[in-house]
Design a protein around this ligand. Sequence first.
Ligand code: SF4
Length: 166
Amino acid sequence: MRVGKDIWKECIPCKGLCCKWETVLLTQGEIDRIAKKVGKKDFYKKKKKYWVLKQDKDGLCIFYNRKRHRCNIHKVRPFDCEVFPFDIEYYKGRLIWFLWTFCPVVKKQKLSKKKFDLFLNNIELFESKILKEFTEKELIKYSTFYDPNLEEGKTWKIIRDVKLLK
Ligand code: SF4
């Protein structure tokens, strides 16, 4: 189930910076969904206590298509990829939506207000549909992957608290 609209057309010229930089976390549901799509299960590994997508020798995600500069599993890409440059972090006891400000689209302020508002609408859809895949405990575990001492302002910016479904 994919609810996000393809509002990131500007992403293509950066040639997959986030597909190289980011460690993509996977839930069991995502592993099953991707395995069904690609017909194998050798695309992930354990990092710390999490399942993550494998990367090639240059650090690019193994599903990144270098010729077309696109994702080979776009329709079933993980939540982590789908919401980028937004993300969820468990920060100072709060589950928050935040924005990675190192993303070139964000840096160059190509993220217009119209698109930002569109994404905010998508956040509501993510909360009402995709987040059903996580229990609160799983979501907190999933959201504590990054260094908890990261300071807001350098590479990311808080958007708002995550509204958990009951
Ligand atoms: S799954 Fe697709 S969108 Fe996600 S990091 Fe890999 S290539 Fe990029």
